[in-house]
Ligand binder design. Sequence first.
Ligand code: ARG
Length: 591
Amino acid sequence: MKKMLEIISDVVGSAFEACGYDRGLGKVSVSNRPDLCEYQCNGALAGAKLYRKAPIMIAKDVVEKLAEVSAFEKVEAVAPGFINLSLAPAFVAEYVNEMMKAERFGCEKPEGEPAKTIVIDYGGPNVAKPLHVGHLRSAIIGESVKRICRYMGDKVIGDVHLGDWGLQMGLIIEGLRAQQPDLCYFDENYTGEYPEEAPFTIGELEQIYPAASARSKVDPEFAKVAHDATFKLQNGVPGYMALWQHILNVSIEDLKKNYAKLNVSFDVWKKESDAQPYVEGMIADMKAQGFAHISEGALVVDVKEETDSKEVPPCILLKSDGATLYATTDLATILEREKLFAPDEIIYYTDKRQEMHFVQVFRCARKTGIVRPGVKLQHNTFGTMNGKDGKPFKTRDGGVMRLENLIREVTDAVYEKTVENRTVSPEEARKTAEIIGVAALKYGDLSNQASKDYVFDLERFCSFDGDTGPYLLYTIVRIGSICQKYDQLEGRIEGEVSVMPAAGESEKALQLQLTGFGEMMQTAYAEKAPHKICTYLYELSNVFNKFYHDTKILAEKDRERQAAYISLLRLTRQVLLTGIDLLGFEAPERM
Ligand code: ARG
């Protein structure tokens, strides 16, 4: 379906043309003075210079032509040359009815834009380190952007890209050895099968890592053996490989559980280690083609450019001891993705601190040709989630908050809130609180522009009114309950009924807001900006609640009109449900 703004711009453009002006001047935008009109066109102002004519004269010419057009209820030329427009209710209703019939409410990709294959690299947790709030934003934003791109018709591969190949593995191996030195994994002469059962639980694993990490900072000897263990693992020592496999299995199971709670799911569970088979050949090629050279003992590729305003250090492929680095793995992963998916685009979600890393990796990938020239490599960063003190969010005792605990805290808060007017069993209430809690958490995050820091405000996020997830859910549930009651009414009109031209202002406002869906989705998609969806849904909820406040629906005597209201409500609910699904949360039955 054509977007509403396109249609009106077309109509206004024709009027400009009919008056002898350039058609392109007819571009219409949503009014920035909603008290005066719904849409505006500033083309007369732009045309003044071109035609050496006072803008108001041009505007008046055009307005005269537009007066004959049935799409508008009101057209006005206003000094110094604005054209103010309001749509005819019948025209709006007709568009809404088309939306109702169309797939995805008529929302499409911009004309001529083909479907793309996109890899989204998000989440990015590290194996055996607990999933903490630092990984939360990546998961929440990446999941939403994945859903948005998919909705718009792209083929999207969401990849968790587990960190399973770094020093943390050596630390865990050595930490475990310190506790259980007699395990067969540490016996170099062991030739039997390794046990199927892991020698630790997820709880134990999560103790081992922080302890080993802390020890490595004060005990250089231990740091060295952990380093060596990492190196041995990376070179395929069987006992270490077997342990690593245990660590992976135990960790992944736990991660999947946690992500499921957050409504986050990945299409592939690739890991840093999966890219290792590509490293040797990649480095040999880079050497052979003269891109890689030795600098201070390390093998590097220069990636600085003349226009750089700050220093971009060389991309290091191998350290002097031959160990590979984060950049090496990311480059090899690009090679792997080229081979497996041949994507048009790869988008990475990590916090700002990794900016330089990705500049280096992308430049190196382009320069050395491991990625085809047309492929877009994009690093989308996000700010930190802060506590009320404006510093990165911590637990009360100053530690890193585990994601699991954070979810529990939010769920508890919602559960407490709903305790008073509860009519359902505690189990059902708990389930509902979980659904609302996830919405509160995710909406609290996504409603901010991703690049900005934001304050985690439990109280505000969980509030049932205002710009919050629970408010959207509340609106959805409310509409659902009205529709259910309608379905019980005697004498109701059954079957599909069209929406009628709005009888009042608040109904028109609701219909108009609905017509903006396609426009908003194109922007959210183009800018990979879930917050645009949040703003839209919040406004949609507001105009709906205003309409509901102003209108008797179930008591309406005119059956036709009543049925038309219900159609409008159903559409509103569907759009809200679609919107929250794109944000990555769902609505409960009741609340
Ligand atoms: N595991 C990394 C971290 O915790 C994030 C991975 C991001 N993705 C990537 N391809 N580098 O910092």
